[in-house]
Design a protein around this ligand. Structure first.
Ligand code: TYC
Length: 101
């Protein structure tokens, strides 16, 4: 059966729809934030197990930076802000940032 103009234009719109860009949310190393605090942050805000969180924390500690999760822009922004607020509330200098994956 031939398609209508309406159906064709819906298909054209669908083909143009790109998936949302994804962003890495990363922690940065510093000399002062306790390792235990960082592990708890990764578990609480990024839903990682204790074991996964410890691995990520150690990667940040040794390499300077590490990815905690990958999300669409709005979610990445929320998580970044939640981590920064939580760190400030506990007077730790922990830094969190996001970049397009
Ligand atoms: N380098 C910190 C220490 O030795 C631990 C640490 C790990 C801090 C990861 C920040 O994102 C970080 N206590």
């Amino acid at each position: 059966m031939a398609s209508t103009k309406h159906q064709d234009s819906n298909l054209a719109e669908l083909a143009k729809t790109k998936p949302p860009a994804l962003y890495n949310v990363m922690l940065l190393n510093d000399d002062y934030t306790p390792m235990e605090f960082v592990v708890e942050v990764i578990q609480r805000f990024f839903g990682k197990s204790r074991e996964q969180a410890t691995q990520i924390m150690l990667k940040v500690h040794t390499e300077g930076m590490g990815v905690c999760g990958v999300y669409p822009h709005g979610i990445a922004e929320t998580k970044t802000n939640q981590v920064l607020t939580h760190a400030r509330e506990h007077q730790h200098p922990l830094q969190c940032t996001m970049e397009e994956a």
